[in-house]
Design a protein around this ligand. Structure first.
Ligand code: LLP
Length: 424
């Protein structure tokens, strides 16, 4: 459920008409609903109410990559969430927004020594280590700083997540984690390294999962591994089950498994593990809390269907071009006539297409449309391709709203470049 609803003939984000935001902030503009974000946190927490997770309860580390806007992070920090970060930049953003460093987990295959040192100096809660060379480097960095790094190894369980190939991470051919059969050797090696404190295990098999079965298979493997590792003398205190639960994009498709169904499965599979469970949800928290609002520039005749040319483009919302992703396209002020159209942006590539043969309101130049479920992996994946300034972002809370990221003028883009001496 989200808080983008038609009221008095106009789509509102909570209590604010999107027409008002589009007028004041310009288009294209990402709009986020605080109430939706908070609701998703509550739903996820409630879904985990029955899992066994030690005295402290589950550790929920929001995957910052999904939406790193400071206003989103600060909202989540106030809800008590931690953060899953994958770069020094995400780490600094999370801390800046008020996330408790002790609740931060650092994932990713390419952590540099500088990033490791930064995270150690901030006292983050856990490193999810993805290879043995990384473990060695982290130990060296920790020793040099006179500290120890709390770690889990991310295990690659060789499970097909059944999602888009580009966001599938748990197959043996993927770059992520260490192979299940290498785990014992990796943990033994890590125990011998002076800068590491081995704490747990981690797994994340992919994103936008619409079926719980692959998650259950992966978690079951992890449960077996915890037993093996304990038998080998390792004190396993945490199990990080990653993120990945899918959200509804297309109202015509069956709903993905609910957080409650996910929580029941987790409770069943992890019963008796005797660990603190960790979770890294991204999309689930923010996807339906955001819409990209865009204005129709013109409608152009096509060979079959007309082209609706909007002022947002693939550089603003890459998901359709990159993953053939489907986003619902709604009119902000609904029209009574319908047509079938191709919705495209102004960028000079045929890939700059949001939808083909889409039944939709028969929009005209000047109308506003909303690309729904754009709160996750939307603004954060934007680029300035075609020298288009990054989209502005707005946050709504009840009847309040504020620009939480300015649209930088094109002059700022031009000023960021400099000429070499021989061209001056
Ligand atoms: N943990 C790790 C280690 C991850 O790699 C990811 C996502 C997450 C957690 C959060 O997954 P979520 O709960 O959001 O599914 N840009 C793509 C999605 C890439 C996901 C990358 N990793 C998209 O737009 O679909």
């Amino acid at each position: 459920m989200d808080h983008f609803q038609i009221r008095d003939g106009v789509m509102h984000a909570e209590d604010v008409p999107l027409t008002l935001i589009a007028e004041a902030a310009g288009t294209p503009v990402y709009v986020y609903s605080t109430a939706t974000i908070r609701r998703h946190v509550r739903v996820f927490r409630e879904a985990l109410a029955n899992v066994e997770s030690g005295a402290e309860g589950p550790w929920i580390a929001y995957a910052v990559k999904a939406n790193p806007n400071a206003a989103v992070l600060a909202t989540l920090a106030r809800e008590g969430l931690g953060a899953d970060v994958v770069s020094g930049g995400e780490l600094l953003r999370a801390i800046h927004a008020g996330v408790d460093p002790a609740k931060i987990v650092f994932s990713g295959v390419g952590k540099t020594a500088d990033e490791m040192a930064l995270a150690l100096r901030h006292g983050i809660g856990q490193f999810n280590v993805e290879s043995e060379p990384e473990a060695e480097m982290l130990s060296d960095v920790a020793v040099a700083l006179g500290t120890t790094a709390p770690i889990a190894f991310r295990i690659n369980p060789d499970v097909d997540a059944g999602t888009h190939a580009k966001i599938s991470t748990g197959k043996s051919e993927n770059k992520f984690g260490i192979a299940y059969h290498r785990a014992s050797a990796a943990y033994a090696r890590a125990r011998a390294l002076p800068g590491l404190a081995v704490r747990g295990v981690a797994v994340h098999i992919g994103s936008q999962l619409t079926n719980l079965a692959p998650l259950e298979t992966a978690f079951t493997k992890i449960g077996g591994l915890i037993e093996t590792l304990r038998a080998e003398g390792h004190a396993i205190a945490t199990a990080d089950l990653g993120g990945g639960l899918g959200v509804p994009y297309d109202p015509a498709l069956p709903l993905p498994p609910s957080p409650a169904a996910y929580g029941e499965m987790v409770a069943r599979v992890t019963a008796g593990w005797n660990v603190r469970l960790m979770f890294e949800p991204g999309r689930l928290i923010v996807a339906n809390a955001g819409a990209l609002v865009s204005r129709v520039i013109r409608v152009k005749e096509g060979a079959a269907d007309p082209f609706v040319i909007v002022d947002a483009a693939m550089n603003d919302l890459m998901r359709p071009a990159l993953y053939d992703a489907w986003h619902d396209i709604r009119t902000i002020v609904p029209r009574s006539q319908r047509f079938t159209a191709n919705v495209v942006g102004p960028v000079c590539e045929s890939g700059d297409t949001f939808a083909m043969n889409r039944p939709m309101d028969a929009v005209e130049a000047g109308d506003l449309v909303g690309f729904m479920t754009a709160g996750a992996y939307g603004a954060t994946m934007a680029s300035t391709y075609n020298s288009r300034p990054l989209t502005a972002e707005v946050m709504v809370d009840g009847n309040n709203w504020a620009v939480v990221r300015e649209r930088l003028p094109i002059e700022a883009l031009i000023a960021a470049d400099s000429l070499p001496p021989w061209l001056k």
